[in-house]
Design a protein around this ligand. Structure first.
Ligand code: GAR
Length: 191
């Protein structure tokens, strides 16, 4: 049984991080085992740090404020990922714009809380909720030079009519927690 090591990158609450660890870390998938070999956050106050520690994973903190440029920050992140031999990096609410230093050296997936290509960028949940669209959703895609661009690997939508913001946000996270681990495994099978 081979081991496929992944890195998870996060910035805040960490519900996707925790869900990914629970469903993937040290679990067997036919002919390979997944190991979350690394968790990285750019935010020393991220709640996800506590969530990861519960599973014995000690995230490393790479505070973007310690770097003069985005490129220098990315260089450090790439170094840590490669040092541990991670074959895939999984962005789970990692709220940094990545430069080609990262995107051209690291194979990565991202989850975004909207039906891409709509509502790219920050505050997507709020903007998607406030729009006059009848549907909303979640997208998992490969990470490229283009922000929230890349190939769409999974997408799920729902009817949002009549929902208040709390139930809308809850629905987004419920879908995220279902589709992200499945998509990561499907992608790992191709590597
Ligand atoms: C998630 O909704 C994720 O889709 C979003 O941040 C949230 C993180 O929640 N990501 C983006 O908006 C990326 N552009 P979590 O910290 O509880 O996983």
């Amino acid at each position: 049984m081979s081991v496929k090591k992944i890195a998870i990158l996060f910035s805040g609450e960490g519900s996707n991080l925790e869900n990914l660890i629970k469903k993937l870390h040290k679990k067997d998938f036919n002919d390979f085992t997944v190991e979350v070999a690394l968790a990285i956050t750019n935010n020393p106050n991220a709640n996800g740090i506590k969530r990861a520690l519960k599973f014995g994973i000690n995230p490393i903190i790479i505070d973007h404020r310690d770097f003069k440029t985005r490129e220098e920050f990315d260089k450090r992140v790439v170094l840590e990922i490669n040092k541990r031999g991670c074959v895939l990096s999984v962005l789970a609410g990692f709220m940094r714009i990545l430069t080609p230093i990262f995107t051209q050296n690291i194979k990565a997936l991202n989850i975004h809380p909207s039906i891409l290509p709509l509502f790219k960028g920050a505050n997507a949940i709020k903007r998607s909720f406030q729009s006059d669209m009848k549907v909303a959703g979640v997208t998992v895609h490969t990470v490229t030079d283009e922000l929230d661009g890349g190939e769409i690997l999974a997408q799920e939508c729902f009817n949002k009519e009549g929902m208040d913001f709390a139930s809308f946000e809850e629905k987004i996270h419920k879908i995220e927690h279902e589709i992200y681990p499945k998509t990561v495994i499907d992608f790992l099978k191709t590597l």
